[in-house]
Design a protein around this ligand. Structure first.
Ligand code: SF4
Length: 190
């Protein structure tokens, strides 16, 4: 990367161990996609070449909770599925993070029924809420970057007893609605 020419080769760089550990953690967030509905498609798109989640070191999707540290809940969660989600979270290694992606995961969305969980934060410590139905991939990237900033700058929030606290970050939508109806122009073929 050219550093060898810019720095004397016999120099020593010093840093705090916590900063080094935090840098390593934020540069290698491994998500566990708990995708149950249409939001999962946007989650898949985020990892594809157009949005390229690999730019942020978070493209290594793991389907084993023991190898993951970021749970992304993408889609509605039924009451029947809830024990599986909770067990998955419990089996993940510390420090771990949770993103609630989309209206269904955060509030139940349009599924206001007794069979659907009306917000996973009733059962899991959610760190970042991502609005939208579905959220765009850029929003998910925003959410992951918010967690990375917290890891990098502030470390892991804990209460006086050492218990991990959820971050409770709610993202704002980052798009402008377009005026409707969108004018259509037809060009005649020659
Ligand atoms: S928020 Fe919208 S896009 Fe996401 S799972 Fe619910 S209905 Fe589907």
């Amino acid at each position: 990367m050219g550093l060898e020419t810019a720095l004397p080769t016999d120099s020593i760089l010093t840093t705090q161990l916590t900063r080094l550990v935090n840098w390593s953690r934020r540069s290698s967030v491994w998500p566990l996609p708990f995708a149950t509905a249409c939001c999962g498609i946007e989650l898949m798109a985020t990892a594809c070449s157009r949005f390229d989640l690999a730019r942020f070191g978070a493209e290594v999707m793991r389907f084993s909770p023991r190898q993951s540290d970021l749970l992304i809940v993408a889609g509605r969660i039924s009451i029947k599925m809830l024990p599986v989600l909770q067990r998955t979270y419990q089996q993940m290694t510390e420090p771990k993070w949770v993103i609630s992606m989309g209206a269904c995961a955060s509030t139940g969305g349009v599924f206001d029924t007794y069979a659907v969980v009306q917000g996973v934060d009733q059962y899991l410590p959610v760190d970042v809420y991502i609005p939208g139905c579905p959220p765009r991939p850029e929003m998910l990237i925003d959410g992951i970057m918010a967690i990375q900033r917290i890891i990098d700058v502030d470390g892991i929030p804990r209460d006086a007893s050492g218990k991990r606290l959820p971050l409770n970050i709610a993202l704002e939508p980052n798009y402008q609605p377009r005026a409707q109806p969108i004018p259509v122009t037809l060009s005649s073929r020659k």
